[in-house]
Design a protein around this ligand. Structure first.
Ligand SMILES: [Zn+2]
Length: 101
């Protein structure tokens, strides 16, 4: 393999890892962003960086260490804090049912 091809491969791998990491930090799939970023290095990584947190309604913040955890996690993965299952965060658009007097 020529030096040029190997260099390009390393660059793609680097961007793939960087994009995958950024994607995972933002709550998306590492694999998806790894593939995107390694196939289209610069644009993929840029997209991953600019990509907004998805599934925002399915995540919440740990009350103790403020790490963003999955809604259904019972224990915070960082500080081990036990998390109560939230009733209110499941359906963000949920409206209070008004009872007629
Ligand atoms: Zn925590």
């Amino acid at each position: 393999m020529s030096g040029y091809g190997l260099g390009l491969l390393v660059i793609c791998l680097f961007f793939g890892l960087a994009g995958g990491y950024v994607g995972r930090v933002k709550g998306s799939s590492f694999t998806v962003w790894f593939l995107i970023s390694s196939c289209i290095p610069f644009i993929g990584l840029l997209t991953a960086v600019l990509y907004r947190y998805d599934n925002r309604e399915l995540r919440r913040e740990c009350p103790r260490c403020h790490r963003v955890v999955k809604l259904y996690d019972a224990v915070c993965m960082r500080c081990g804090c036990e998390l109560d299952f939230p009733d209110t965060a499941i359906a963000p658009e949920a409206r209070v049912v008004q009872r007629m007097p």
